[in-house]
Design a binder for this molecule. Structure first.
Ligand code: CO
Length: 303
């Protein structure tokens, strides 16, 4: 079989259409998430419902549905036998959708704690950041606007979490987009795809890794000796290096094989990221295409 040039190289517009399509699906998933994130909801059922909605629309999750509560910023996803339910919590729902590796990434906060200002701080910071995104903007300016907006709400940004670029099958591509004022940033250019994700807190604004991981990705494939680990690695090829959840894999002695692959340096683990001072955290995130005089937000929910 021969390949015509058109098959081999994807047209720029075709790629942008895939980003837009992924973004539109994600927006609908978040609308459903808002309705369903009520007290008493099973976290496992919620995550699976939202992930299945992505698949039913013909796309794939770019990473497991993150449902992180209160002082946890990110990387919590339910275990296969999780019994937790939503209570009086501040709930961050971070979702990724991809079509052929072109990723839309967005997050919302659903609050049942009454800390409205913390939620507004991240939402307004994201809005203010989006206002200034255009060809030629420096990411340092974006960080400054985010930090200032949060201070208006007497909140701090989580400084060791950042927004990021997106590339095919790469969820965290350069450049980093800081959530505070920094000395040196990067210039964004027309056609760049970026995700901006401010996290606001009433704590000191720093996170660290906490506990064991439910989310992993293949960072570097290499030959492994143990047959079960080799079989798992083969199975993981379908994710193309994007993060996956332990609960997505049905295999005997899965934990053992995961440990083997982690020790061999094949897997990256993503433990939960928790605010070091126990502050409550909110998050807002959108993915956008940088344009000459502004940007096109591809993950905006239709109202
Ligand atoms: Co992101």
């Amino acid at each position: 079989m021969t390949m015509s040039k058109k098959d081999a190289v994807e047209d720029k517009d075709e790629i942008l259409e895939k980003y837009r399509h992924a973004g539109a699906i994600l927006a609908d998933v978040h609308s459903a998430a808002r309705e369903r994130t009520v007290k008493g909801t099973s976290m496992l059922e919620l995550a699976e419902y939202l992930e299945n909605m992505i698949r039913e629309r013909g796309a794939s999750p770019a990473f497991p549905c993150n449902i992180s509560l209160n002082e946890d910023a990110a990387h919590d996803t339910p275990k296969a036998d999780d019994t937790r339910t939503i209570g009086e919590d501040m709930v961050k729902i971070d979702i990724g959708v991809h079509i052929d590796g072109y990723i839309a990434d967005a997050a919302i906060t659903v609050d049942h704690t009454g800390n409205t200002d913390i939620v507004r701080a991240s939402e307004d910071a994201l809005g203010a950041a989006i206002e200034i995104v255009r060809d030629g903007v420096n990411t340092a300016e974006i960080g400054e606007v985010i930090e200032q907006t949060m201070h208006n709400y007497r909140c701090n940004p989580v400084v060791n979490l950042t927004g990021h670029g997106l590339q095919q099958y790469v969820q965290h591509a350069p450049p980093q987009i800081p959530n505070r004022k920094v000395d040196h940033g990067t210039i964004l250019r027309t056609g760049d795809i970026v995700a901006i994700e401010p996290f606001a807190t009433n704590g000191v604004g720093k996170i660290s890794e906490h506990g064991s991981a439910e989310i992993y990705s293949v960072k570097k494939s290499k030959p492994v000796r143990l047959p079960a680990a080799r079989e798992l690695l083969k199975k993981l090829e379908e994710y193309h290096g994007l993060p996956f959840a332990k609960r997505w894999i049905k295999m005997e002695r899965l934990d053992h094989s995961l440990i083997q692959l982690e020790r061999a340096g094949v897997l990256q683990a993503y433990p939960v990221l928790r605010e070091v001072s126990g502050g409550t955290i909110s998050q807002a995130e959108h993915t956008m295409i940088v344009l000459e005089g502004g940007c096109e937000v591809i993950t905006a929910e239709r109202v």
